[in-house]
Design a protein around this ligand. Structure first.
Ligand SMILES: [Ca+2]
Ligand SMILES: [Ca+2]
Ligand SMILES: [Ca+2]
Length: 166
């Protein structure tokens, strides 16, 4: 899963090479790219492709992501490691001149997940926080999170959208 996210991020970053020529149109394409990254993430987390992201699927995906971005392998995610998560969003933020909004949003997500305030996330805080966020995104109260709810209401998706667009 992670490798696919990474390769998608590389693809998503490619159009920026040509972006300077016509900023208006390219900026819109990048907003689309950020939406596409979020939607692609949802599809990858939904491992059994039933259109719903179960608590188990979220937990598994969270642990995979954690292992991939804990680059020094010490079992704790620092802010730096989280900011280094290459999903293509930081590049989009930079292109749109929204580095500060992006950093503030990522810090907010980090603080929300860092429940014991240790300024580091362990695997339990990270996965537990994302599983809890999944429950909060169940807007229609049917007991699961659909891909649309993931896109529109999941903590990380709304955080990215606010940082990049709103
Ligand atoms: Ca599923
Ligand atoms: Ca670490
Ligand atoms: Ca739901």
């Amino acid at each position: 899963m992670i490798r696919r996210i990474l390769s998608f991020a590389i693809l998503a970053a490619l159009p920026m090479q040509a972006a300077a020529a016509s900023p208006g149109i390219e900026a819109w394409r990048l907003v689309d790219a950020s939406q596409a990254i979020i939607e692609d993430m949802g599809h990858q987390i939904d491992a059994d492709h039933d259109g719903m992201i179960s608590a188990d699927e979220m937990d598994r995906a969270a642990r995979e992501v954690f292992a991939a971005i804990d680059t020094d392998l010490d079992g704790v995610l620092t802010r730096g490691e989280l900011f280094g998560w290459k999903v293509g969003m930081a590049e989009i933020a930079a292109f749109r001149g929204r580095e500060q909004a992006y950093a503030a949003t990522m810090n907010l997500v980090f603080d929300l997940l860092d429940r014991d305030g240790s300024n580091g996330l362990d695997a339990e805080e990270h996965a537990g926080g994302l599983v809890a966020a999944r429950a909060m995104a169940d807007r229609d109260g049917d007991g699961t999170m659909s891909l649309a709810e993931f896109r529109d209401a999941f903590l990380v998706s709304t955080a990215f959208r606010r940082a990049l667009v709103e």
